[in-house]
Write a protein that binds this ligand. Structure first.
Ligand SMILES: [Cu+2]
Length: 223
């Protein structure tokens, strides 16, 4: 931006202009729309923004989270946390479930995976739960959730390698705030996208920017 252009304004309304410059504190908002192979908005994709400049978003990543097992589903389906976060799994169904934490690419039941069986909830008793500490960031550290009894149960916990990591909403949109101005790359993680795609390069300004990222797959929707 050319500061010289604003000199007349500075003289005219110094107060208003200084407010304007506070707004340009070197960060912007980025709205990322994730589409599947067929161009449909994709919920529960994890958008990771890696800015070249340093900064800190106002809202830090969650260091605790709860994933519920109810109606034979992990809810929420995808959880984004910071490195070292403690995630509690609670079985609210009346029947038993496993919490299986698989590593992407590893066969089910591989020895490096962790699992625990949570007994079904009985009337008048608290639901059984277990806490896992999530300490491996990035795609290789993502925990793919499953249950040995109910094969349709799936989900994921993504441990963010960047403080700008947000999952897409039901409209396939992730809103990232306080992204430092300048160059940034956008990566998208989705459980169904097995081959990592090249990051998208964007330039973040103080004005809200939009970007679209298309996956190579059409993930199955949750019923
Ligand atoms: Cu189960």
């Amino acid at each position: 931006m050319n500061i010289a252009k604003f000199k007349p304004c500075l003289r005219a309304a110094a107060g208003a202009v200084s407010l304007f410059f506070v707004g340009l504190a070197g960060a912007g908002t980025l709205e990322v729309l994730v589409l599947d192979r067929d161009g449909k908005p994709t919920p529960d994709a994890v958008v990771i923004v890696l800015p070249a400049a340093k900064g800190t978003p106002r809202n830090p990543l969650a260091m605790t989270a709860v994933v519920n097992q109810e109606k034979q589903q992990f809810t929420p389906a995808v959880t984004v946390v910071g490195v070292g976060a403690k995630v509690r799994f609670t079985n609210s169904d009346p029947w038993n479930h496993h919490v299986r934490l698989g590593t992407p690419g590893a066969p089910v039941g591989a020895s490096d995976g962790q699992s625990v069986m949570l007994e079904g909830k009985q009337d008048g008793k608290p639901a059984s739960s277990a806490v896992f500490t999530m300490d491996k960031p990035g795609a290789l550290g993502a925990a793919l959730l499953g249950c040995f009894i109910h094969s349709r149960m799936s989900g994921a916990v993504y441990v963010a390698e960047s403080p700008w990591t947000v999952k897409t909403n039901s409209q396939g949109v992730a809103l990232l705030e306080d992204v430092p101005e300048g160059a940034a790359s956008i990566k998208v993680w989705h459980q169904a996208q097995l081959v990592e795609k090249a990051p998208l390069q964007v330039n973040v300004h103080s004005a809200p920017a939009k970007a679209t990222y298309q996956l190579d797959v059409a993930p199955r929707r949750r019923s």
